[in-house]
Ligand binder design. Sequence first.
Ligand SMILES: [Zn+2]
Length: 320
Amino acid sequence: MADGLPEPVLEVLPTDLTPYKAGNTGIDYVHTFDSGRSGPHLVVNALMHGNEFCGMTAVTRLLDLEIRPLHGKLTLSFANVAAYNRFDPENPFGSRQIDRDMNRVWDADTLANDTESHEAARAREMLPVFKAADGLLDIHSTSNPVHPMLCYTWLPKSRDLAEHIGYPLHHIVSSERLHQGPMLFEYDGFSDRNRPATAILVECGQHFARKSGDVALFTALKFLDYYEVLDKEFVARNMPDVAASEPPTVYLASEVVSAKTAEFRYVHPLLGFEEFAQGDLVARDGDEEIRAPYDRCTVIMPRRQPVQGGEVVTLAQRLT
Ligand SMILES: [Zn+2]
């Protein structure tokens, strides 16, 4: 491939989601189950990006298992099915989105001002679900085959949830918004330390790897278990065997680098989690050098083929 990285193996391909379209909420591909008892409203969301199949694997599995909460409400959703339906095995990275990145639209201004894109329209349609969530798990995957990771705002409520989930072992935390647009886990009360609603994003591994689906299902069950809304036997019976017992490695994200020119080049092909010492050259962007601003500077999710004006890579300092 032109970026010097291997072509992905397509172990998982899309399945037909039409049977899951009608749902029971009036919003396509959104299913809510109400226990009839008081308790949190929890949301597990898949397919924010159309070619990230692990969330589809986990959420279809939970629906097929007829999962039901013992307390509160549970919503299972597929976000960008229109992009998912465009998957082309000849161009597996091409169906992330239709018009724009759906995980960069999550604030009131963006949602109100973007009247053109498919993603903003779908986000507005789904917003009542996410606004009502006391807990949210947003399931994603990565272009490159790297370790799974949890991404969240560096607040005690999200840290508690992440530590309970216990795997993946890489935690990417941020103390402010760094991307070109706000992500769902940063939306409104999720980023407010004085409000209880909590959101976390999981990157389960490579988009098309079978194991990523196991990581997604594991994370979803552990997320729901944190709130003690599931029958313990149901959790034990369906929990994939991916857990590890080591403590997580925590990375504090400081910057999301965007490509200013069409000549953005990494110093060598990067998969993700490569570490640089302070001052080391990471990339060149035309005439500009991108150097590591501190020691233990780790590159997170480098884009395979940088696009001028687009986000390329997150820089984060390894804290542990
Ligand atoms: Zn994603």
